[in-house]
Design a protein around this ligand. Structure first.
Ligand code: GLN
Length: 490
């Protein structure tokens, strides 16, 4: 459907390829084969078999789970297979095939946790879930719980393992697979299944492929191919599947409530501002220290700081964030220390380390751009190097530094959106969360973009003002009522 699909078709044949979306971090339904990098899993095998039975080639497209429904709505995908539960709410915006898998939600806790034994015990606890899933819906109903949302189920489980949440609410087969097959130790599943759910292949509303997919699926269930694939992945015989999923969620599509969206975005914007200001503040301190180290005469110090700057400028911020948030605690725990830092600390640490690397270069460049003669001038006025720096070099350098500093600040406002991946409910994440329940991707992300734009524009105005203020010529003009020459009294 993508590709050259927009050209008038020359042959009259129906297109031979189905473009099927999937979120490939949901083992054993969809995952990457570590050795080959190919997509494998129960859903993948089943979808290929359905394609073969229907005479279509299947091409998989990887997308985040919460992006699948919007992609189906806009018809950029022909179908999606991603362990997606058939719910009444979703069925209002997309179509589903007949059920192809019986699943349900389960609660996972740490092995030594004796406090949580049932769904009721989750009240007031910290829960990690995957964004836009039935597990997230379920967790949202727990009274007083703090819910953190992640892009993929394995990240939520990692969060539990790192001790930052008390429980994960997720699809049972996936959690079970993580414990038994992926060898995730120190986690157990408690109690009964929370829900009984059926997975379906998701299709755009009114899709013409529905009949072909349902017929092929029915055929595979009949002729035993389905059971073979099931046994291969679950080492058990498949349960009976109904032809129509019982409507498990009585919820109706929430619809977009603009007042609520506005409130959520404001809440997110506030978190974004806090993240930006804290990270910039610490980044500035760190950046200044590194800048001085970069121009210091001590060679090993210069070298060390150069490596730091190059590392943080040369690697993606997202990788740095993951390293610090997910990697460091795991590393420490591996070494026998029970360390886990909170989200705000991790986000500010990662952002400040990154920003400091850029600011260090900006500050160093600014200071070094001041003519060497100025140092001599300072010396001839009997100033020591610190005084020269303070009264002569820095005021001039600051004017040159200010514009790139402003750029960096604006970049930082936008970069804070990366903190969404560690479950931080900043502005972008608030948008994602709204889309996950309303499926109104365009309007919501447009609103998110507008709020970012307001913040970056305000920042830009403030920096422009500061620049004008720092400009000595401008400053004399703005001083009223009488033109006074700004001469220091000394
Ligand atoms: N079955 C769950 C849902 O549909 C989770 C699916 C997934 O994370 N891939 O919400």
């Amino acid at each position: 459907m993508l590709g050259l699909g927009f050209l008038p078709s020359l042959a009259q044949d129906a297109p031979a390829v189905w473009e099927v979306g999937t979120e490939p971090a949901f083992p054993p339904f969809e995952m990457k084969d570590e050795a080959t990098g190919d997509l494998i899993g129960f859903d993948i095998d089943l979808m290929k078999a359905i394609g073969a039975a229907a005479g279509r080639e299947v091409k998989f497209i990887s997308l985040p789970f919460d992006g699948l429904i919007p992609a189906l709505q806009s018809k950029t995908l022909d179908a999606a297979i991603s362990g997606m539960t058939i719910t009444a709410e979703r069925a209002q915006t997309i179509d589903f095939s007949r059920p192809y898998f019986k699943a349900g939600l389960a609660i996972a806790v740490k092995e030594d946790d004796e406090a949580i034994k049932s769904f009721e015990d989750l009240a007031g606890k910290r829960i990690a879930v995957q964004i836009g899933t039935t597990g997230a819906d379920q967790a949202a109903q727990v009274e007083g719980a703090t819910v953190s949302t992640f892009d993929a189920a394995p990240l939520a489980l990692q969060e539990l393992l790192n001790g930052r949440v008390d429980a994960v609410v997720n699809d049972l087969p996936v959690t079970l697979f993580a414990i038994t097959e992926a060898n995730l130790q120190g986690i157990k599943i408690i109690g009964e299944l929370l829900t009984e759910e059926y997975y379906g292949i998701a299709l755009p509303q009114g899709s013409e492929d529905a009949a072909a997919i349902n017929t092929a699926l029915g055929q595979l269930i009949q002729d035993g191919t389905y059971a073979d694939i099931y046994r291969q992945w679950f080492q058990a015989d498949p349960p009976e599947l109904p032809e129509v999923a019982p409507a498990l969620s009585s919820g109706t599509a929430t619809g977009l409530n603009w007042a609520q969206l506005f409130r959520n975005l404001l809440r997110g914007a506030w978190v974004t501002i806090i993240l930006t200001v804290l990270s910039f503040f610490f980044g500035l301190i760190g950046g200044a220290l590194v800048a001085f180290a970069l121009i210091s005469p001590v060679k090993p110090l210069r070298l060390l700081c150069r490596i730091y700057v190059d590392f943080f400028r040369g690697t993606p911020m997202l990788v740095q964030l993951f390293m610090i948030y997910f990697g460091l605690p795991a590393l420490f725990q591996g070494l026998g220390f029970d360390i886990s830092f909170n989200r705000l600390f991790a986000a500010v640490l990662a952002l400040s380390l990154n920003v400091a690397a850029y600011l260090a270069e900006i500050l160093r460049g600014g200071i070094q751009s001041i003519d060497r003669g100025q140092w001599e001038a300072g010396e001839s006025l009997a100033m020591n190097p610190i005084e020269t720096m303070r009264y002569v070099i820095f005021p001039q350098a600051f004017r040159r530094i200010l514009p790139p500093l402003g750029n960096e600040f604006i970049t930082l406002i936008k970069d804070t959106s990366l903190a969404a991946v560690i479950g931080f409910e900043e502005l972008f994440r608030q948008g994602q969360l709204t889309v996950a329940t309303t499926y109104r991707a365009f309007e919501v992300y447009l609103a998110v973009a507008v709020v970012y734009l307001v913040m970056t524009s305000l920042a830009s105005i403030v920096f422009k003002r500061m620049e004008a203020y720092m400009d000595p010529i401008n400053r004399t003009k703005t001083v009223k009522p009488e033109p006074i020459t700004p001469v220091a009294s000394t």
